[in-house]
Design a protein. Structure first.
Ligand code: SF4
Length: 669
């Protein structure tokens, strides 16, 4: 048999009829329904006297027009109320399972599908919403449809479709700390523009994609539509199966095993040919932000808005000028430092638990800037409950952000959550079209880290300046840190093992994260060793390292804490640290947390067992909490604690005595 791509395998499996020069009749496995694009479709069925062919292959939710303020508050207007009531009536009449506002499983349609296990590899999935491409992260062929097509699927469980071409987007390398899945997809949008993948189904491949967890993969596939693609897909692997296992609607027991065996075949065959290929180097990406009125008008956050002369095409020039006028932004200027009014963290692109954890890591111990309204809207009730069990809601509230009920909210501004004319927002959603988030509102799309950084500074900000040490900046503040952790079981890890001596030749303390535990982490040829814990997908984004006993012995090199910070760690938990390492770590804003062997054992075992386990390190109370009831204290000297809490490094502390030093010098002369 001819080698086939992932897309071709799923397509072939679902063609019911293919007549010459006609679109294929494609069978649909799962139909997702919401209140906005379905009422007329049900009316059409009634008018023709047709029933729903397979109500067991459809589920419905309420998300677009639903209030995100507490449920006691009213739906925004009578039209929205009527839509919600109509969906209830339609589902009841046609026997479709509905996750309504009172359901504990209610949420955004593209969040609850995967969350409940409806979304499965190899399926065809449709919904009257263009971001249905999200579900492609599981190796499904998933795409948005119009209301007439909603009616077609309800009536026949099939759609008329012409076969798209295939585009491989290979993302090689590894993302640097502070750069996320959202930045990958915004970078692709910026590179190929809104129509760069029109007529294609994208398959995302490469080490950086494999290194993403399922939430990151969903973020990438979600925005495939923004480059014009029919769908985005990622071949399922162990990360996929690990995410799915045990969810409500996935097969259980022996059926699970045989399903996984079948799904493993959903890989693009060796020698299969894509119609087109694009390659991106993840290690070169920085946090991205859009400046214009479509997701393709984006750039690295430290870049400048392009000039008109960078565009050859006349229609592009017209669109660019119109966008600049609407956004009230000047060409050739940086966006960094631009004042903003609103931050929105939510939508089916970035409202999952990992997104909220990322945002909380920035908000922790900080306050939302004066005059900035910040909404944090979880994607589902499940995510809301999980976030609240981890204390993330409290972090958002303490910072001054609004913690809301689940829903689409300001992604589409149909429920009363919207921008005022002229306001600037940094938003984690997927579209920055004119008026999308409110008439006259102006949207900068970015990752949850970048959005949270803008919330606390009140301006467009490189999130890395708040997360890590940056040149010319004081040390990052450390107050409370809640994160999942990396378990490194080896005892007596020395500084040569943390970062080998050959890296002492570098002239810059930044960028060493890539070389952390270098000799354990990479093969001779530079490829990652898959079994080393730092290379596991679950380690991505972790800010706590649980190290073995006696960590950091050996030389006095400060490169060791630089490398650990460069990777993204902010705290190391061990039963003991070498004195020089402890001192170097504290000087650089890395917190050594010394706990008893009993507490250490409990933490290490829990994290090894479940890599999503989160731990909270609170510097103010010098405590470590987590695993339900665990609570332990750790020692730290008062001066180091003060410096970390205030974000003052030792040079900053010395500089604060400038006046006294000047007086002293004058007395001596
Ligand atoms: S969050 Fe936005 S893109 Fe996603 S389903 Fe809702 S309206 Fe559509």
């Amino acid at each position: 048999m001819k080698p086939r791509t992932l897309f071709e395998k799923v397509w072939d499996e679902h063609v019911v009829v293919q007549e010459a020069d006609r679109p294929a009749v494609l069978y649909i496995d799962l139909h997702l329904i919401h209140e906005v694009t379905s009422p007329q479709a049900f009316t059409g069925l009634r008018e023709r006297g047709i029933g729903v062919r397979r109500s067991d292959r459809a589920i419905a939710t309420m998300d677009h027009s639903t209030p995100t303020l507490p449920k006691s508050l009213a739906v925004i207007d009578d039209q929205s109320k009527a839509q919600l009531r109509q969906l209830e009536k339609n589902c009841e009449e046609f026997g479709i399972e509905l996750f309504g506002l009172d359901s504990p499983y209610n949420g955004i349609v593209h969040v609850i599908g995967p969350e409940r296990g409806f979304t499965q590899p190899g399926q065809t999935i449709v919904c009257g919403d263009s971001h249905t491409s999200t579900h492609g992260a599981f190796g499904a062929l998933a795409f948005g449809i119009g209301t007439s097509e909603v009616e077609h699927v309800l009536a026949t469980q099939c759609l008329l479709q012409r076969k798209p071409k295939t585009l491989e987007v290979r993302v090689d390398g590894r993302l640097m700390p502070g750069v996320t899945a959202k930045d990958i997809i915004l970078a692709l949008c910026a590179e190929i523009g809104m129509d760069g993948a029109t007529g294609y189904v994208i398959e995302y491949t490469g080490a950086a994609i494999r290194g993403l967890d399922m939430e990151g993969r969903m973020t990438v596939c979600n925005m495939s539509i923004e480059v014009g693609a029919r769908a985005g897909m990622i071949a399922p692997d162990d990360v996929t199966f690990e995410y799915m296992k045990g969810r409500d609607r996935v097969p259980q027991g022996a059926e699970w095993d045989s399903a996984v065996e079948r799904w493993r075949g959903l890989q693009t065959d060796e020698h299969a040919k894509y119609d087109k290929r694009i390659v991106i180097d993840a290690s070169k990406l920085e946090p991205m932000i859009t400046y214009g009125t479509n997701p393709g008008m984006g750039m690295g956050i430290n870049g400048k808005v392009p000039g008109l002369d960078s565009l050859d095409d006349f229609s592009q020039q017209v669109a660019f000028e119109k966008a600049m006028l609407y956004m009230d932004i000047e060409p050739n200027e940086p966006l960094l430092g631009k004042k903003i009014d609103v931050v929105f963290i939510g939508s089916c692109t970035n409202s999952r638990i990992g997104d909220l954890r990322m945002a909380a890591s920035v908000f922790s111990g900080r306050k939302v800037a004066d005059g900035v309204r910040t909404l944090v809207v979880p994607g589902s009730h499940d995510i809301k409950a999980q976030a609240e069990s981890e204390g993330l809601d409290q972090i958002f509230r303490d910072a001054g952000a609004e913690w809301r009920e689940p829903g689409c909210s300001m992604c589409i501004a149909m429920n009363g959550d919207n921008l005022e004319p002229g306001q600037y927002a940094v938003s984690t959603s997927n579209r920055n079209f004119e008026g999308r988030q409110g008439k006259g509102g102006r949207t900068f799309l970015a990752s949850p880290l970048t959005a949270a950084a803008a919330a606390v500074t009140g301006e467009v900000t490189d999130p890395r300046s708040l997360l890590f040490l940056l040149r010319d900046k004081a040390m990052a503040r450390f107050t409370t840190l809640t994160s999942h952790a990396v378990p490194l079981t080896a005892d007596n890890v020395d500084t040569d093992q943390i970062i080998p001596a050959r890296f002492l030749k570098v002239t810059d303390k930044h960028g060493l994260g890539d070389s952390l535990f270098c000799d354990w982490r990479y093969h001779e040829d530079g490829s990652p060793k898959e079994d080393f814990v730092l290379n596991h997908a679950e380690s991505q984004g972790a800010q706590i390292l649980i190290a073995g006993h006696n960590f950091g012995s050996g030389s006095s090199r400060e490169h060791a804490p630089w490398a650990l910070l460069g990777w993204g760690f902010r705290a190391i938990i061990s039963t003991g640290f070498a004195d020089i390492f402890r001192s170097n770590a504290l000087k650089n804003g890395l917190l050594p947390v010394e706990v008893t062997p009993e507490v250490h054992k409990e933490l290490m075992q829990a994290v090894q067992l479940d890599r999503t386990t989160t731990i909270t390190v609170d510097l103010l109370t010098q405590s470590v909490t987590g695993l339900g009831s665990l609570e332990a204290t750790f020692p730290i000297d008062a001066f180091s604690k003060h410096c970390l809490l205030e974000g003052i490094d030792q040079l900053g502390y010395l500089l604060s005595f400038d006046e006294q030093i000047t007086n002293y010098e004058q007395q001596r002369t």
